[in-house]
Design a protein around this ligand. Structure first.
Ligand code: SAH
Length: 359
């Protein structure tokens, strides 16, 4: 018989912990202690918390699990970027990438197993959506990073597998947890949700005043091109997307939106594209991240030449837009997101094939 799976302790935020303390009739100060132990220091030995009520300890031990996903692959690049593949409790695999930058570690988090948005240039899209990840499973990715590095990353980007705004509730809970003052206390500027452009959910972020930053994968400057590469544009066309982006920037005066732009040869890489992108970026005060297309097997797109990439970037820079080319760190280990997962699954499939041939 299967052991019933206990809910993860990492699904509990401060309010949940206070409520448990209340129900057990112990002081809410112990909720703070749990937050500190687990989410500030990444330590799980609750039994060593000083003056911790046995009642609460037993309740947590009986009713919650401290399990973390297993790392089933860890590919390290020359620049120390690590791409981790983690196996969740239901055997679903998700990727998370640790990217060292000058003085801080950035973690790229997955918000879903697969993705439903269907962007034509994205490997994750080819498999469709399997399921949402819970806030606890996103927290687990951060805790696995802590186990791997010995410290928590200080910068989080939701640019792994999935569309974070298609999993709003869990992503919002996760964002509130990592920015909570008793937890990792990340600055909201250092937690970035990246979206393909789910317009109503961006309005919701505004209404909720979600403590995080926003990046929009614009990827095209006309509806004609955007419709072709991002089917979501047929539902939420460019004019609606730009309108909510303007509202976002206007309403949160100190907030900026990062524009991401996947550069695809012959599709969105002309000087006219660059001009339109300049106008949009200037009107929003946005920085642009240019992501040269990362090819994968079966894809119909190609990466523009280095000359075209440079011209595109230089045009924007000369026009007063901060534009940076992001070569996916550790190209040798990580083409597009979803790549490691595909590689590992491919190897597993080959292995099975060999076994069935020999048996
Ligand atoms: N769904 C979210 C976050 C996940 S994708 C979003 O769309 O923003 C993170 C970034 O990688 C997005 O900007 C996306 O456009 C880009 N991307 C996806 N596939 C890519 C590829 N093959 N090459 C380069 N960038 C890619």
């Amino acid at each position: 018989m299967h052991k019933p799976i206990k809910p993860s302790l990492f699904s509990l935020d401060y309010q949940d912990l206070i409520q448990i303390c209340d129900e057990l009739d112990v002081s809410p100060v112990h909720a703070k202690k749990v937050m500190g132990k687990v989410f500030r220091y990444g330590a799980f030995d609750l039994e060593n918390i000083p003056d911790f009520p046995k009642k609460l300890l037993h309740w947590l031990q009986e009713n919650t699990s401290l399990d973390l996903p297993e790392i089933i692959a860890n590919q390290q690049a020359e620049d120390s970027t690590q791409k981790l593949l983690m196996r969740m409790a239901d055997n679903k695999d998700v990727e998370s990438v640790l990217i060292p930058a000058e003085n801080r570690m950035t973690q790229c988090i997955s918000s879903q197993v697969g993705c439903a948005i269907g962007c034509e240039f994205c490997l994750t899209a080819t498999a469709g959506l399997t399921r949402n990840l819970t806030a606890a499973e996103m927290m687990q990715q951060v805790l696995v990073a802590h186990r791997t590095l010995g410290y928590f990353p200080r910068n989080i980007v939701m640019m792994g597998m999935g569309e974070p705004l298609h999993n709003y509730e869990h992503v919002a809970k996760f964002v509130r947890m990592v920015t909570h003052e008793l937890s990792m206390a990340l600055s909201p500027r250092r937690v970035t949700i990246s979206t393909a452009g789910l317009v109503p959910a961006i309005y919701r972020m505004l209404d909720d005043d979600l403590p995080c930053s926003l990046a929009v994968s614009l990827n095209a400057t006309t509806n004609e091109v955007r419709n072709k590469i991002m089917p979501i544009n047929q539902k939420y066309p460019l004019e609606d997307l730009l309108e909510v982006m303007k509202k976002y920037v206007g309403q949160r005066s100190k907030k900026r939106i990062l524009i991401e732009y996947v550069l695809l040869a012959g599709i969105n890489d002309t000087m006219d594209d660059a001009k339109r992108l300049r106008d949009i970026a200037l009107s929003l005060g946005s920085t642009v991240n240019i992501l040269p297309f990362n090819p994968f097997m079966g894809s119909r797109f190609t990466r523009p030449s280095d000359e075209v990439i440079d011209m595109f970037r230089n045009y924007l820079n000369d026009a007063g837009v901060v534009a940076v080319v992001r070569i996916s760190k550790g190209r040798e280990i990580s083409a597009a997101c979803g790549q490691l997962k595909t590689e590992v699954n491919q190897r597993a499939a080959n292995l099975k094939l060999q076994r069935s041939k020999t048996s």
